[in-house]
Ligand binder design. Structure first.
Ligand code: GRF
Length: 194
């Protein structure tokens, strides 16, 4: 199949901690013939993450990592990534911060989606903070991961208008819809030359 389409797909892993709507979206995209990525591994620090149901649905192997000791967890993850010949890590609502050392091992191969227009509103509670600051717009960003939290090079961004009656919840919903489109757009941009 890969030979027929003329390119070798990028072996990818998706890291999640929660609902996994971005994971679901990435999985759907990865099954398309035109997709340049193939998802081989789903990884979570949280065995209760709702998104883990998508592993079964799409028949992709999943691994739950005990994060009590970060260095041990990361060692385990690196081993799994090597074993599965992973070339791209997509963070999608992964609530752990990767260490400098981990990132060094996957330099330029880790991307993340963040629900704000970076560099504004790094970290948590982005929608609440944007509304409280009377921002006219918020949005989402796909960026490379480096050792600064939400600070890596931006790949793609999408603006979303904040309406007067928006709550953090309503804004989160609107932005999440855009996140799904943006993640795919960013992947297409990264691999456009393949
Ligand atoms: C998304 O808003 C993403 O930007 C943020 O965490 C949320 C994850 O949502 N990093 P989901 O688990 O993909 O539904």
């Amino acid at each position: 199949m890969e030979k027929l389409t003329g390119f070798k797909k990028i072996n990818s892993a998706v890291f999640i901690s929660g609902t996994g709507s971005n994971l679901n979206n990435l999985l759907k995209f990865s099954t398309l013939k035109k997709s340049k990525i193939k998802i081989n591994l789903i990884l979570s620090n949280n065995h209760k993450a709702k998104g883990l149901i998508f592993a079964r649905k799409f028949k992709i192997q999943k691994k739950i990592i005990n994060y009590k000791i970060t260095s041990t967890a990361e060692k385990k993850i690196l081993k799994l990534l090597k074993m599965n010949e992973i070339d791209l890590i997509c963070l999608a609502g992964f609530m752990k911060i990767l260490s400098k050392n981990f990132i060094k091992n996957f330099k330029g191969k880790i991307i993340n989606i963040h629900p704000s227009l970076l560099p504004k509103y790094k970290g948590l509670n982005t929608h609440k903070r944007a509304i409280e600051n009377n921002e006219k717009f918020s949005g989402c960003t796909v960026h490379y991961v480096n050792s600064r939290l939400d600070g890596g090079k931006i790949i793609s961004q999408k603006k979303v208008k904040i309406l007067k009656n928006d709550t953090p919840n309503s804004l989160a919903k609107k932005i999440l819809k855009q996140e799904h489109l943006l993640y795919i757009k960013a992947l297409k941009k990264i691999y456009s030359n393949l």
